[in-house]
Unconditional design. Sequence first.
Length: 205
Amino acid sequence: MRIPNRFRAVLVLLLTAVWLPSSNCLPAQTTADPVYVAISNGWMGLFGHGDEYAEFSMTGKDVKLQDAYHVLLRPGLGMMVTFADKVEFGGGANILENHARWELEYWQSNADRAEAVTRKDLSGARGDLRVTEIRLHRNDGKQLDICEIALASTDGVFVLAVSPASSETDAVVREIASSFTLVHRRLTADELAGVSKAVKGGTEE
């Protein structure tokens, strides 16, 4: 599934909902939605694209699924799950860097001011994953930070966008990033059943 500029529009709405609290939830996309499996202390997410899928975990008693693409990690802290197709941002040899640049250019054209910082302290030494903190500034002095956890794949980048980010949420982002992995198999009903069985058996495949 491709989520082109619509992804950004939904992210804007998510950020608005987090920045200006609201009880409204956004509807899920209609095709190839992420799916979730309950684990001992939270949820495992699985998001398929082509012959691969991304796997990630969110732990804690406060984690609540809003819909397939939106998770409330704890009160006031949201996460959006999406996929950016490389045709949207050019792909290239360094797909993560090009994706991060594409994201920043968008926000620079839609915010009063935007800047990005690579957070290697949150991503570790992995070459397949990048955490970028995007800082959005308004002329009235308000600021909103987003931590984008980006995982490279064959056809693009799986993205987990956590907001509002702060030093207090670094541990949450680090934990989710460490669980964010790519599986080189198509996410079929049989594959999902296998993951569910493994989770129930006390392991996370």
